[in-house]
Design a protein around this ligand. Sequence first.
Ligand SMILES: [Zn+2]
Length: 275
Amino acid sequence: MIKRQTTINRIFKVSGIGLHSGREVTLEFLPRREFGIAFVHNGITIPARYDMVADTRLSTLIAKEGATVSTIEHMMAAFYFSGITNCLVYIDGPEVPIMDGSAWEFYQGMWKAGVYEFPEDGVYLKVLRPVEVTRDDAYVRVKPLNTLDITMAIEFRAPVGKQKKRVTDVENAFSIINSRTFGFIEELEAIRNAGLAKGASLDNAVAIGEDSIVNPHGLRYKKELVNHKILDLIGDLYTSGYRILGKVEASKTGHHLNNLFLKELFSDPQNYSIY
Ligand SMILES: [Zn+2]
């Protein structure tokens, strides 16, 4: 567990295509003295924080003064797993590249860059009271606990069905980092007709066909899909700006509910303490 604020030890770049735009994008990661993760797009610095989130329909999108950056969640999860609290990410397009559909390549870049530690703390948010948001049969709840512990449940049509997973040692849950995003074949056409998912391919997503996984090599883990939902939740929770400590139970969540949860958490300062 990290104890203090950290940044990357050297500059590095990552390039790839945007899932929705299909365009090549380059990210340049720079060390930052100031607390927090922020993007710089078209000269505007946008904190990667829940109160900057402007759209959650297909990914988590942040916006400020006309500049936007979408699909930040996998990169944010990589920052969480790397223990990086402060970083500036210059981006030359409006969408974080999808890479292999997971947080793996961002995590690799951060790992190779190394960690530089500052003397200041204030990186943990300890949940002090139960907080919950529910929409229909989807929910995110958290109770006080001294570590981060996540239980996630999902339910989709066959062949996915119901899946549930609990991760008790989230900081070291490496099977979460490289679990890929997924989509259903029947939804792809509608999304493509809307001018989105132009970059989607079997190289960056798990495609779920009528009765089986379409990707020739299948899944990376038996529970890869629920793992990926946990990855998305970790990335979204890190837009709190802090490493959350609490027992999280979530079901059928998406980026919208994750964001509502953070707004609920921060709505009352008695819900948490920072240290
Ligand atoms: Zn995702």
